[in-house]
Write a protein that binds this ligand. Structure first.
Ligand SMILES: NC(=O)c1ccc[n+]([C@@H]2O[C@H](COP(=O)([O-])OP(=O)(O)OC[C@H]3O[C@@H](n4cnc5c(N)ncnc54)[C@H](OP(=O)(O)O)[C@@H]3O)[C@@H](O)[C@H]2O)c1
Length: 264
C-alpha cells in the first residue's frame, strides 16, 4: 500500500501538488488529505475523491508523509500546532520558501528527518522542476521523496544553501518563461496572427526548444547555430534583441530576484 499523504495548506502550490499526485497515480485519491482553514476552496479536490479538512492534527495523525505548503509567515503557528503529532516514523517535507531546516527544527524542538523541496506550479501537470535537500533522513526515505517528486516532473538534489537560488531559477523561472512567451505572442499579433494562433505557436515553439535541450543534452548555442543562416532573419532579430539588452536584462532579473530572497 502507498503511504498516506497530508498536504497542510491547500493553496496554489498545495492544491497543484495534490492534482499532480492524482494525475500521476502515485497515490489513490483516498490516500491524500488536504487542509486549509477555509475548506470551500478545496471543493474541486473533494469532488475528485480527496479528503479535505480544516483540522491539521487529524490530517497529520492519519498520514505517513506531511507536506507543509503554507506561506512562510504562517509556518511557526501551523508547525507549533502539529509538532506533537510529528512522530519520527513520518516523513516531513516543507515546500515553504525561505524557511530553513534549522528554523523548522527550532520550532519542532526535536531531531526529525526533515526535507525541503522547491517545486514549481507545473507540478499540477507533472512537469515540475523540483530541487530537494534533507537532514537526518534515512536512505529509503530519501529514495521515497525523490520518487514522489519524480512522478511530478524532474528532480535535482542540492545543498540547502542553494535553495534560494533554486527558488529563483525553478519557481520564479515559470513567471520569467511565461512573460517571454507573452512577449512573443504580442510580437506575433503585430506581424499578422490572431491572439489564439499566436499563443499556440509561441507556447509550442518554447516547449520544442526546451525539449531539444532536454532530449539532446546540447548547449543552447549549438541549437541556435542551426537556425541562424548567415545574413538571415533569425540572426538579425537575435542581434537586435541583444543590442536592446535581452540576455543582460534576463540575467539582471534573475539576480534581482535572488537579492530579494537570499539570506547570504
Ligand atoms: N506558488 C509557487 O509557485 C511556489 C513555488 C514553490 C514554493 N512555494 C511556497 O509554497 C508555499 C505556499 O504558496 P502558495 O502560493 O500555494 O500560497 P497560498 O496559495 O496562499 O497557499 C497557502 C495556503 O495555506 C492555507 N493555510 C493558511 N493557514 C493555514 C492553517 N493554519 N492551516 C491549514 N492551512 C492554512 C491557506 O488557506 P486558508 O487561508 O483557507 O487557511 C492557503 O490556501 C509558500 O510558502 C511559498 O513560498 C510556492
Amino acid at each position: 500500500m502507498s503511504k498516506r499523504i497530508a498536504i497542510i495548506g491547500g493553496g496554489n502550490l498545495g492544491s497543484a501538488i495534490a492534482e499532480g499526485l492524482l494525475k500521476s497515480k502515485f497515490n489513490k485519491a483516498s490516500e491524500i488529505i488536504v487542509t486549509r482553514r477555509n475548506t470551500s476552496g478545496l471543493n474541486s479536490l473533494k469532488a475528485k475523491g480527496l479528503a479535505i479538512t480544516n483540522d491539521n492534527n487529524e490530517a497529520v495523525k492519519k498520514s505517513d508523509v506531511i507536506i507543509l505548503a503554507v506561506k512562510p509567515f504562517q509556518v511557526a503557528e501551523v508547525l507549533t500546532g502539529i509538532k506533537h503529532d510529528l512522530t519520527t516514523d513520518k516523513i516531513f517535507i516543507s515546500v515553504v520558501t525561505g524557511v530553513l531546516i534549522n528554523d523548522l527544527q527550532d520550532i519542532i524542538k526535536r531531531e526529525l528527518p526533515l526535507f525541503r523541496a522547491m517545486p514549481n506550479t507545473a507540478i499540477a501537470i507533472q512537469q515540475s522542476m523540483t530541487c530537494i535537500c534533507s537532514r537526518n533522513a534515512e536512505e529509503r526515505n530519501v529514495k521515497y521523496v525523490n520518487e514522489l517528486f519524480k512522478n511530478l516532473g524532474e528532480v535535482v538534489t542540492i545543498d540547502e544553501k542553494l535553495m534560494e537560488a533554486a527558488t529563483v531559477l525553478g519557481a520564479c523561472g515559470i513567471a520569467y518563461a511565461l512573460r517571454f512567451i507573452r512577449a512573443n505572442i504580442q510580437g506575433g499579433i503585430e506581424i499578422g496572427f490572431d491572439a489564439a494562433t499566436a499563443s499556440v505557436i509561441a507556447a509550442q515553439t518554447i516547449k520544442g526548444s526546451a525539449e531539444l535541450l532536454i532530449q539532446t543534452g546540447n548547449h543552447p548555442e549549438q541549437e541556435i547555430d542551426k537556425v541562424t543562416t548567415p545574413k538571415g532573419c533569425t540572426i538579425a532579430g537575435l542581434n537586435e534583441m541583444e543590442h536592446r539588452g535581452f540576455s543582460s536584462s534576463l540575467i539582471r532579473g534573475v539576480v534581482a530576484s535572488y537579492k530579494k530572497i537570499a539570506k547570504d
